[in-house]
Design a protein around this ligand. Structure first.
Ligand code: PMP
Length: 452
């Protein structure tokens, strides 16, 4: 009967909902899973079957589903103010959140511009950078530099500065041209080369481009330390230090897209801290609200802010707006999430969770179909290959990662491999024994996926 309820919802879903990032025909084989409720790291369907949310529902959830503290903050906010436009008006949650984010961010970021999702934050940063240079009398600066294999969202501007073929190729005729520089990603390095050395050497290509095209470049955009949608490829903080210095030298902005890696994912509160740098624009979303509601923000400097501050007649204002900009409920969820960081000393506690994750994954280091197990803080990834010695990938059409996904679902763990990279980015309320379970199911799923 209960399974019938799952089926009934799945059938209704299939006739009206078009799902994101999905070939809908795949659901003929693998039915959609309707979720009735969730608690902590567990999602529960209409038949009472539970799934451990090993990927934090697309990297957004930090402190578990139905977190009592965030729930309470939201319920209280609901009776005060659900929404008001942020142009001409303001409210306590937006003001307080801006103050607290500025206090937590790398030094020098003093202004908080709100939007309502990650891609929009990237659009804001791109437009602000371009507009800054115009306002400063440098209209020839119109170009952006990005790293190969980077991902910054899927609206047209954000898509243009990304480089993941899967999302971008088809729309290329619609996108502004950008300058793509080879990523410092440490996966392809030679075995005798350390990740620091590799990241450092890879900077040469960036240095060359910046030197040659400085006059026309507005900004460089990067995902600090982990290229998440680009299959969790990782690099060393040294690259960010070199990049910051070069951008300063040539008069180019640095946009840090910490939409996925912010809020503790890489082991520090912000990834930029590990390089001790301050970007000109810091984009935040996803974990910002603890995974509750859509919200994003771009933090920037007084220098950028000042370039837009003028008499109305000068027409220098930044005219960008989204209806739900700085929604009070979303801001309140973000404040409750920041309270949890402070009260529970989360960054410190996560160190033992990430060490536990590393220990649990240790057996995979020698697996014949694993080329690399990599980890940065609370993000871990396993690169599946056909042949470990030559690092030959599996033919794409074999969809080995998809098999791991199906196995995981059958055994109660939501893993959602990126191609053949199985990764873990769990909520911080996961327990050591839940980590063991999550990894155990993944390992069995990998065994199953690589067999035959
Ligand atoms: N930037 C990065 C680094 C991301 O990982 C994502 C989302 N995966 C985005 C931007 C886009 O965010 P959103 O999906 O909220 O538009």
């Amino acid at each position: 009967m209960k399974n019938g309820e799952n089926k009934a919802w799945a059938t209704r879903d299939q006739s009206v909902v078009w799902h994101p990032c999905t070939q809908m025909k795949d659901h003929e084989r693998l039915p959609i899973i309707p979720i009735r409720r969730a608690q902590g790291v567990w999602l529960e369907d209409f038949a009472g079957k539970r799934y451990l949310d090993a990927i934090s529902s697309w990297w957004v959830n930090l402190f578990g589903h139905a977190n009592p503290r965030i729930n309470a903050a939201l319920k209280a906010q609901l009776d005060e103010l659900e929404h008001v436009l942020l142009a001409g008006f303001s409210h306590a949650p937006a003001i307080t959140l801006a103050e607290r984010l500025i206090a937590l961010a790398p030094p020098g970021l003093t202004r908080c511009f709100y939007a309502d999702n990650g891609s929009s934050a990237v659009e804001v940063a791109l437009k602000m950078s371009f507009h800054y240079w115009r306002n400063r009398g440098q209209p020839q600066k119109t170009r952006f530099v990005t790293l190969s294999n980077s991902y910054h969202g899927e609206t047209l501007g954000a898509l243009a500065v990304g480089d993941v073929t899967l999302y971008k190729d088809i729309y290329k005729p619609l996108l502004m041209p950008v300058i793509v520089v080879p990523s410092p990603d440490c996966y392809p390095r030679a075995p005798e080369v350390s990740c620091v050395q590799h990241s450092e050497r890879m900077f040469a290509a960036m240095a060359q481009i910046l030197a040659r095209q400085q006059a026309e470049i507005c900004a460089v955009i990067v995902e600090p330390l982990v290229q998440c949608a680009g299959a969790m490829r990782m690099y060393d903080p040294v690259y960010l230090r070199l990049l910051r210095a070069a951008c300063d030298h040539y008069g180019i902005h640095l946009i840090a897209d910490e939409i996925a890696v912010g809020f503790g994912r890489t082991g520090s509160f912000f990834a930029c801290e590990q390089a001790a740098i301050t970007p000109d624009f810091l984009c935040l979303s996803k974990g910002l609200t603890g995974g509750y509601l859509p919200l994003s923000t771009v933090l920037t400097t007084s220098e950028v802010y000042a370039a837009f501050y003028a008499e109305h007649a000068a027409q220098r204002a930044f005219l960008h707006s989204h209806s739900y900009t700085g929604n009070p409920l979303a801001c309140q969820a973000a404040l409750a999430s920041l309270d949890i960081f402070r009260a529970d000393d989360v960054i410190e506690k996560n160190k033992s969770l990430s060490a536990h994750m590393a220990r649990a994954l240790a057996p995979l280091h020698v697996h014949p179909h694993v080329a690399e197990v990599r980890q940065t803080g609370m993000i871990a990834a396993v690169e599946l290959v056909a042949d470990r010695a030559t690092r030959t990938p599996y033919p794409r059409h074999e969809r080995r990662g998809q098999r791991v996904y199906a196995y995981g679902l059958e055994h109660g763990v939501l893993l959602r491999p990126l191609g053949d990279v199985v990764y873990f980015m769990p909520p911080y309320v996961i327990t050591p024994s839940e980590i063991d379970l999550m990894v155990e199911v993944a390992i069995r799923g990998i065994e199953w996926a690589v067999a035959g």
